[in-house]
Design a protein. Structure first.
Ligand code: BYC
Length: 318
């Protein structure tokens, strides 16, 4: 019988050798716990993230825009389901996860607690929010836990379509009437800073990063990913004639990166703690959708039960 220390050494050696950890492999409890935390937060973000855009499906300006937006929001529901399944492979059940979301115990991404006020917000969400999500999720395709990494590969393919559809909306508005251009600029102004906050607190305050990087759950730090996002996105804004709302934004030749202004971390923590502009509304909507869907879950269970009984009867006769 191996002792805990040996098991931990073997586990870390596997991680260092880039061998994926699979559900039945031995893993330290803290690794299991942090994965359940991150994957379930990620799943909750996907399904709560359906709400700001769902708000605009019936008001999309054309049939084409409506079909595309509908497909995108459905993709997000699908991402949530892959991720809940990945979390379940770690020994937690879905009811517990959903209960923690509904009771306010579980976190989900801060970004989805901001309102989507105009059609241009659909552009800004796709371009900036999905853009930030991809920056983070490309790294997660190589995360050390097999089921999470495999789910992320599929999710990333869909996210890149989401990002492009958002940028295309912004491009169309930016080339449109002065009023449409103003709408696009206003959406960029409101979504820019919250999008930068999606990457999490500064590295100096990121309590989970050290362990997650050692275990290769995360492969880049919050600040590194945030910088990458700024570097990639500023030229995209310039290309369509929009201005990033940051007076301190400046290309730094020496660093080979943009310098950018300070984020309002008080706002970030207020939103994370439940006091953002839409936290209450988002949770209420999720709880209502869950309660309204109870009959579907009950019917599916009753059907499965009947199927099993029938199979047992056939088996008994044969
Ligand atoms: N919002 O130690 P840290 C999408 C929490 S959805 C709220 O750095 P970590 C989409 C953090 O949980 C994609 N809370 O944490 C869907 C921790 O608290 P706990 C969403 C945040 O985990 C629909 C504390 O702050 N993506 O694409 O090492 C439409 C300290 O942070 C946030 C993911 O979920 C935040 N922004 O790093 C459109 C990606 N940031 O848990 C698009 C998966 C931090 O200790 N997650 N906190 O109580 C991750 O990669 C990592 O969890 C993070 C944070 C980089 C987000």
């Amino acid at each position: 019988m191996q002792n805990l220390e040996q098991l931990e050494l073997q586990f870390q050696a596997k991680i260092d050798a880039e061998i994926k950890i699979e559900p039945k492999d031995w893993m330290p409890e803290a690794y299991r716990k942090t994965l359940i935390r991150q994957i379930s937060q990620h799943a909750h973000s996907e399904i709560v993230g359906m709400l700001p855009e769902g708000n605009w499906i019936t008001r999309a300006p054309s049939l084409r825009r409506k079909a595309v937006l509908l497909a995108k929001v459905q993709d997000e529901g699908g991402h949530g389901l892959y991720l809940y399944s990945a979390a379940e492979t770690l020994g937690i059940d879905r009811d517990t996860l959903i209960h923690d979301l509904h009771s306010g115990k579980a976190k989900y991404s801060s970004i989805f607690n901001y309102p989507s006020l105009t059609w241009a917000d659909m552009g800004a969400i796709g371009w900036l929010v999905d853009g930030a999500a991809i920056m983070n999720q490309v790294m997660l395709c190589r995360t050390s836990y097999g089921p999470y990494a495999r789910a992320m590969v599929r999710i990333c393919k869909e996210e890149s379509f989401h990002q492009r559809q958002g940028y295309e909306i912004m491009l169309t508005l930016a080339q449109g009437s002065p009023e449409q251009k103003r709408m696009a600029q206003d959406a960029l102004n409101r979504w820019w800073w919250p999008s930068l906050m999606m990457f999490g607190p500064p590295d100096s305050e990121s309590t989970n990063s050290e362990a997650s990087i050692k275990w290769k759950i995360k492969r880049m730090s919050n600040d590194e990913l945030r910088q990458r996002f700024v570097d990639a996105t500023v030229p995209q804004a310039e290309l369509i004639g929009l201005k990033v709302p940051d007076k301190d934004l400046k290309w730094n030749e020496e660093r080979g990166h943009y310098d950018f202004g300070a984020l309002d971390w008080d706002e970030f923590w207020a939103v994370v703690k439940g006091n953002g502009p839409c936290n209450k509304e988002r949770l209420e909507q999720r709880v209502k959708a869950y309660e309204d869907g109870a009959w579907v879950r009950e019917a599916a269970l009753a059907h499965a039960e009947k199927k099993k009984e029938r199979a047992e009867k056939v088996g008994a006769v044969a």
